[in-house]
Design a protein around this ligand. Structure first.
Ligand code: NAP
Length: 361
């Protein structure tokens, strides 16, 4: 099968590198175009990431020799790739304008940046939770006069650890009214080189700019309904989040307390719902999809970042410490890999879904 040529914007960064590593040997997609800042433009990819390549895996054949282009010039991508993943870190308004110009140039774009997450006709996609939201794409294209290009984004990396488990309970018929979430987020979430080591070693930083708002608000769009070409944000659950940076390399952990509506599941029922949860990516057997999107750990001391972040290609959410709550109804701990499930792996799974649904060819 001829593979679909793919471009990576921000290919030299933490998330961009993860895309390159995960796409090595991908059955459908092949990296043919890499772009980053003017600092990296003109270098071979190999030289551009020398001394800062982070993934344990190597890049695919030929990628090291690709010449890095300036991501600020969408015209350079035209004809070289069928679609792009965007992993840029720049000012939000600049990213928004740049992503628009890629879509306007006829290049579908799947973004990890937050710039477009609150654009009403841009779906924020977790393929296991709201795959139906991609059906807003024709309306998005019509409204902007784009014939082939479109924009789909991924949510913030911190919310992956609890949004899918909460959605699984909602899908099983349990209303979730309120939640309190405390996240412990890995340093790789801050990009490369990230938080200075003297701030991070032997320490916890109880602030990550903009993160609490994203953790509280983005699930409402993801859990919203698509009707008449518009995504209506869900009103529940109401979420209160504390976001902390902790000295862990990869893997965001969330301690969650949930309040249900009138109907309250038992602990056994919650574990049964999570263990049985399966969605469209599993039904379609997408290459990046985990076999089990939610893995329930019964040990007292799991999940842990070092032991559980790589579960099922680092795409599964591991949950544990499922127990009652004296204030709300249920407590649990969720964990997911921030640069894979929460960034590049989730982006690739979204692209696979878009291909199967005929939006990417
Ligand atoms: P990063 O390591 O700092 O990488 C940023 C990338 O953007 C690099 O390739 C950089 O190129 C490029 N860039 C910076 N300024 C640019 C400019 N003026 N013009 C063109 N390209 C420019 O950041 P990251 O952690 O990979 O994050 C990338 C995006 O994903 C961000 O929007 C972030 O919020 C989001 N995200 C990150 C995570 C995570 O866990 N890290 C998870 C979810 C979402 P150079 O190397 O040439 O400077």
């Amino acid at each position: 099968m001829t593979k679909i040529p793919v471009g990576i914007l921000g290919a030299t960064g933490m998330v961009g590198q993860q895309y390159i590593a995960l796409l090595a040997g991908h059955p459908w997609f092949e990296v043919r175009y890499v772009a980053a800042s003017p600092r990296s433009a003109g270098k071979s990819y190999c030289d551009a990431v020398a001394g800062r390549w982070q993934p344990a895996r190597a890049w695919g054949a030929g990628v090291g020799d690709l010449i890095v282009k300036d991501a600020n010039d969408p015209s350079a991508a035209v004809g070289n790739c069928a679609f792009v993943f965007s992993a840029l870190d720049m000012a939000k308004d600049k990213i928004r304008a740049l992503e628009d110009s890629y879509a306007g140039a006829g290049i579908p774009l799947i973004s990890n940046a937050s710039a477009h997450r609150w654009t009403p006709d841009v779906p924020v996609l977790i393929a296991e939770v709201n795959p139906q939201h991609i059906d807003i794409i024709p309306a998005q294209q019509k409204a902007r006069g784009w014939s082939k290009g479109f924009i789909v984004v991924k949510p913030n990396c911190s919310i992956q650890s609890y949004t899918t488990p909460v959605y699984a309970l909602i899908a099983a018929g349990y209303e979730v009214r309120r939640m309190i979430v405390s996240t412990m987020q890995a340093v790789s979430g801050a990009g490369y080189p990230g938080v200075p080591s003297l701030d991070m070693i032997d320490n916890i930083v109880p602030y990550i700019g903009g993160e609490e708002e994203k953790s509280e608000d983005e699930p409402r769009k993801i859990l919203g309904m698509l009707a008449d070409g518009v995504i209506q944000n869900a009103t529940l659950p109401k979420i209160s989040a504390h976001c902390n940076r902790v000295p862990v390399v990869d893997g965001h952990t969330a301690c969650v307390s949930l309040e249900f509506g009138e109907k309250k599941p038992s602990i056994t029922e919650v574990k049964r719902v999570w263990s049985a949860f399966s969605a469209l990516p599993q039904e379609l057997d997408l290459p990046m999809a985990p076999k089990r999107p939610i893995i329930v750990r019964d040990e007292d001391n799991r999940p842990q970042p070092r032991k559980d972040r790589d579960a099922d290609k680092a795409m599964a959410v591991s949950v544990g410490r499922v127990r009652g709550c004296k204030v709300f109804d249920l407590r649990f701990v969720g964990l997911s890999h921030n640069t894979v499930r929460g960034a590049a792996g989730g982006g690739i799974e979204n692209a696979e879904l878009l291909k199967v649904k005929g939006y990417i060819s």
